[in-house]
Design a protein around this ligand. Structure first.
Ligand code: NAP
Ligand code: HSE
Length: 447
């Protein structure tokens, strides 16, 4: 057998622990059952780890591992052939350790989308200069091989749109809120317990994690420099059970989508809660599952679906990246030389075109509807449907005298219009005092 690929791993949390156990499981198999070694033509052997405390290494129960307190020292350690970074965070120690490994001519595998989204171009340039791989399949879509699909599987295609459900935590929360009628806070706690959420779950629920992932996919699909600041971002924390229920009644389901689409103004990158039609593939994707739809120019879209977070799913992608290194494969990190990547700029969302779901709390007095209709008409917004819902607890057949002053929920679904028109109309409607609070606005994605 050829010499093993000796691996150093920094970070023994949810993903790091699963990677260590997966590598150990293969190594402890009889040679004929070590599928990883058979497929790579050589064993892939974990030899050294770095964690905040040596006790974390002992807790793994893997014999023969060496402990290196400093991740950066481990990254450049002469004994290792490849370095795996699973500590997380867009700065040091992850950045310093990856830089040290690449500078020492060692290939790197990471699941760190925050770091790749922020510093991916610089690190890819360093990997090119050193002539080694920088692999980050696990950074997007968990176990789904979407990076490889875009980078290699569609090497000869151009794309109109790449979009999908890219955050397992958010999809889990929205699914559980809808199916089990649980509160947002309870669902988030569950997702944290299951190891899906980021160390700071704000990154998940406010859309930043999805923004980092769509920025990476946009770079692979459209050849723009990866840049999370070029992404328009809204999270799911304002989505209410009422919106989920109304969406279902209207034939939609609400998903947090990341979308990168070619427009006349350039590549629009955006993350926001989105209405998708109930009969679309993305609407069927529930729980921690992720899905990415790739829309290549010239033929029908392809949707990849699979577990998007959690130790086992993510470890699968990390080990697949290590397998490529063991086999001697070395793709350009973003599928083309870094010098061929073009600059990106933030999407002008005012020019976004599409349908909108708008929920208003309409003040119950004569003329309210006429005022709302006038300002929508002024902006050339036409309506596909209008639903006036009863106030909570209100009986059929009209309002009770007590509830007459309570605003009533009104839901509007528009035909295609622009973001600019919707914002202007809603601002005028609010200024006229015919609605209470702020309107809820959810974009509808064609699919
Ligand atoms: P995690 O459970 O928090 O694990 C990170 C580990 O790194 C922790 O054990 C942490 O120790 C350790 N660490 C932090 N700083 C360190 C340092 N200076 N030296 C050594 N160890 C250090 O996070 P995770 O969920 O495994 O995520 C790891 C990476 O994978 C992140 O980039 C994440 O975005 C990415 N990812 C995660 C998933 C998922 O489903 N969890 C999926 C895809 C990608 P302490 O706990 O003591 O701070
Ligand atoms: N926190 C992330 C998620 C992990 O929930 O999708 C996978 O990248």
């Amino acid at each position: 057998m050829v010499a093993p690929l000796k691996v150093g791993l920094a970070g023994l949390g949810t993903v790091g622990g699963s990677v260590a156990r997966l590598l150990q499981k293969q190594e402890s198999n009889a040679p004929e059952s070590n599928v990883l070694a058979t497929r790579c033509g050589r064993p892939v052997q974990l030899v050294a780890v770095s964690a905040k405390a040596e006790s974390e290494m002992h807790a793994l129960g893997i014999p023969g591992l060496r402990f290196v307190p400093s991740p950066t020292a481990l990254a450049a350690d002469p004994e290792i052939d490849a370095f795996v970074e699973l500590m997380g965070g867009e700065g040091d120690p992850a950045k310093a350790a990856i830089t040290a490994a690449l500078s020492a001519g060692k290939p790197v595998v990471t699941a760190n989308k925050a770091l790749i989204a922020r510093h991916g171009v610089a690190l890819a340039r360093l990997a090119e200069t050193s002539g080694v791989a920088l692999n980050f399949e696990a950074a997007v879509g968990g176990a789904i091989p979407v990076v490889k699909t875009l980078r290699e599987g569609f090497a000869g295609n151009s794309f109109d749109r790449v979009y999908g459900i890219l955050n397992g935590t958010c999809n889990y929360i929205l699914s559980r809120m809808e199916s089990e009628k649980l509160s947002f806070a309870d669902c988030l706690r569950e997702a944290q317990k299951l190891g899906y959420a980021e160390a700071d779950p704000t990154f998940d629920v406010e859309g930043f994690d999805t923004a980092q992932k769509i920025a990476i996919l946009a770079s692979l699909a459209f050849g723009v420099q990866v840049d999370p600041d070029a992404v328009y971002v809204e999270g799911i924390s304002s989505i209410t059970p009422e919106d989920l229920e109304a969406a279902a009644e209207l034939g939609y389901r609400i998903k947090l989508l990341g979308v990168a689409v070619r427009t006349e103004q350039g590549i629009e990158q955006r993350v926001h809660p989105t209405m998708v039609r109930l009969d679309s593939p993305l609407a069927q994707v529930m729980g921690v599952t992720n899905a990415v739809t790739v829309d290549p120019a010239g033929f029908s879209p392809i949707t990849l679906v699979g577990p998007g977070a959690g130790g086992a799913a993510t470890a699968s992608a990390v080990v697949a990246d290590l397998a490529d290194i063991a086999r001697g494969l070395k793709a350009k990190p973003f599928g083309r030389p870094t010098e061929a990547l073009i600059g990106s700029r933030r999407a002008p969302m005012q020019r976004h075109e599409g349908g909108y779901y708008i929920r208003l709390a309409a003040v119950d007095r004569p003329g309210t509807f006429a005022t709302i209709a006038k300002h929508l008409a002024d902006e050339h917004i036409s309506l596909e449907s209008i639903v006036q819902r009863r106030r909570n607890g209100e009986p059929h057949g009209g309002s009770s005298p007590d509830s007459a002053q309570t605003p009533a929920p009104v839901i509007l679904v528009t035909y295609a219009t622009t973001e600019d028109a919707v914002r202007k109309a809603l601002s005028e409607i609010k200024n006229r005092g015919v609605i209470a609070g702020n309107p809820q606005v959810i974009r509808i994605e064609k699919n």
